[in-house]
Design a protein around this ligand. Structure first.
Ligand code: SF4
Length: 584
């Protein structure tokens, strides 16, 4: 690392005592590089065993990496915490401007401890931390309003990041998200609930520094190589043109698009909610994370009439991607685009994780259909596939929690089904609701074994599509080994906070060169070791908090609905998990 690099500086903020301090932690950044690698090491230090995820002992940790501010697509911030949703590792990544803002403010990590007695928001700027009264922001109907107020009240425009929660976070819904820059999110595993438990409404970070490089010529060469690959080759083209919704039609075509709580892998309304149709009819603009030339974030323009004023409309811009379309579209059997976008708007207003919300509502719809629950539990709402007005009301009730049923839904589908039944079609993996791929055993094994229970841990959906053609099969051992290898390498990428969409650009050799340009000497073998160690540390944290790979619940529905290459069984999945655990 170059002398005077601010990366090893860790900003510790104590919300209980309203104090802060800065510590140099070169040990953490030498061992973990940044992002996931530094984050898990700080989490293991700061989070006492058995800590209540919604108590003062659970730290909020934000980490960035050594390539942030230097190279394109090194754009994410990693958040680490104990998840109130699963009870073990909480790790969530967000794009936007937060990574650059934290680095330019002069830190590699921010650790927030304790619990405020009253609503507060933090301003981190110019070497100081300000604790500001957030009483007027607490309880606001919409997360958009909180964002607008903070934009007007605080400085640093153009350089700052604003991370905030909505009412879902305030109410500690276990899958509440944190919204950054309006269109990006720390979506999964309940970071928003941890903010809410600390009465922390928002964090505003800004800074303005310049960063040195080791050798200008080699830096320039590596930069150009990455930039050209991102802009002039086909590697990132699909992300710019249609974004991830480019996946909707191909997945539907092969029968891998989860539909109506995964009762099917094909959706008759797929054309209408496809990336192509949304781009043609609704695309308002594209935006990009800071320092990204790709701009994959697609925003739909939704015109909403004012209820009491004829010919008055407001236009809401809403981010949409494959997971959002799946969760509020095919999973809920809905293809009416304006209804789908309004449901997404409601989720955004309240600050929920869209994926968990969609899966929770899909389970509730099937449970009602099968008579497991009645309209007595739903408070009179006749949840039905594709009925968006009813779904929008149900989304509001997940946050207002008028009865025990909605209080259960606010804790996720694993919990709700443990109370009301229907676990065989409750689509949670390690406690986290499923993503939008039913491509075969690889994707489900990935959701089960991945440290975050996310499709982005090990890309099992990609593995299924590479080898899942009829006649081409993999043994459980081979699936486990490939998932493990992929997840280990992804620890390196997420330690450098590289956008995983750019994984085809940041090969081990490119990563090595990019690190050398900023004064960090790591061989390809060193990087491989970092990936292995970081993944082991994550699982060690999970195990410490009671998680056991061997005890995972397997939702029976995944074995009932044929995947593109046909059905697979529970034995296959158990053998895959056993092999993964053995080789971890
Ligand atoms: S490709 Fe998309 S998600 Fe990745 S950094 Fe660029 S805009 Fe952000």
């Amino acid at each position: 690392m170059l002398p005077h690099d601010p990366l090893p500086r860790v900003l510790y903020i104590d919300l209980t005592r309203r104090r802060y301090r800065i510590e140099e932690r070169p040990d953490i950044f030498a061992a973990g590089l940044g992002g996931s690698g530094a984050g898990i090491r700080l989490l293991a230090e700061e989070c006492p065993p058995g800590a209540d995820p919604l108590g003062p002992d659970n730290p909020l940790i934000f980490t960035v990496g050594p390539l942030v501010g230097h190279f394109p697509l090194a754009s994410k911030t990693v958040a680490m915490f104990k998840s109130p949703h699963t009870g073990n590792l909480g790790e969530s990544h967000a794009g936007g401007r937060s990574a650059v803002a934290i680095r330019m403010a002069g830190y590699g990590a921010v650790v927030i401890q304790g619990q405020s007695k009253m609503p507060v928001y933090l301003v981190i700027a110019e070497g100081q931390v300000h604790f500001r009264d957030a009483a007027a922001l607490w309880g606001l109907r919409s997360s958009y309003t909180a964002g607008s107020v903070l934009r007007q009240r605080e400085g640093g425009s153009g350089l700052r990041s604003i991370m905030r929660i909505g009412r879902a976070g305030e109410k500690q819904v276990s899958y509440a998200c944190v919204i950054t820059e309006t269109y990006r999110h720390f979506g999964r595993l309940g970071l928003g609930a941890v903010f809410g438990s600390k009465q922390l409404k928002a964090i505003v970070v800004s800074g303005k520094r310049s960063l040195a490089v080791a050798d200008r010529r080699s830096y320039r060469n590596t930069y150009d190589q990455i930039y050209k690959a991102a802009t002039e080759t086909p590697v990132m083209k699909k992300y710019h043109e249609l974004g991830t919704p480019v996946n909707v039609l191909p997945l539907n075509h092969i029968g891998a698009l989860p539909t109506r709580n995964l009762q099917s892998g094909r959706f008759e309304g797929a054309e209408t909610i496809s990336g192509e149709h949304l781009a043609e009819e609704y695309l308002g603009r594209r935006v990009a994370c800071a320092h990204c030339p790709v701009a994959c974030v697609h925003l739909a323009a939704l015109r909403l009439p004012y209820p009491d004023d004829p010919y008055f409309y407001k236009t809401v811009m809403l981010g949409y991607d494959h997971e959002l379309i799946y969760a509020m579209g095919s999973m809920l059997g809905g293809s009416e685009v304006e209804g789908l976008l309004q449901a997404l708007d409601q989720v955004e207003v309240l600050g929920l994780d869209v994926m968990s919300t969609g899966v929770v509502l899909a389970w509730a719809t099937e449970a009602l259909e099968r008579g497991l629950i009645s309209t007595q539990e739903t408070g009179g709402l006749a949840l039905a596939w594709g009925n968006y007005p009813v779904y929008i009301e149900a989304i509001k009730r997940i946050v207002t929690q008028p009865n025990d049923f909605y209080r259960a839904l606010a804790r996720g589908v694993e919990y709700a089904s443990s109370v009301y039944g229907g676990q065989e079609y409750a689509l949670a993996f390690g406690g986290n609701e499923m993503p939008g791929y039913h491509t075969g055993p690889g994707c489900h094994a990935g959701y089960l074994t991945g440290a975050r229970h996310s499709h982005l841990d090990s890309a099992g959906y990609g593995l299924d599509q590479q080898v899942g053609q009829p006649g081409q099969t993999l043994t459980p051992e081979a699936v486990a080994d490939k998932l493990l290898a992929e997840e280990r390498w992804r620890q390196v990428l997420t330690s450098l906070v590289i956008c995983l969409f750019a994984r085809g650009i940041y090969t081990p050799e490119v990563v090595q060169n990019a690190l050398a340009a900023v004064g960090i000497d790591r061989s390809v073998e060193d990087l491989a070791r970092l990936g292995r160690e970081t993944l082991r540390l994550k699982h060690a944290f999970k195990t410490r908090e009671g998680f056991e790979l061997g005890q995972l619940r397997l939702p029976h529905r995944i074995f009932e609905t044929p995947a593109p290459a046909g059905k697979f069984d529970e034995d296959f999945m158990k053998q895959t998990i056993a092999r993964y655990a053995e080789n971890l």
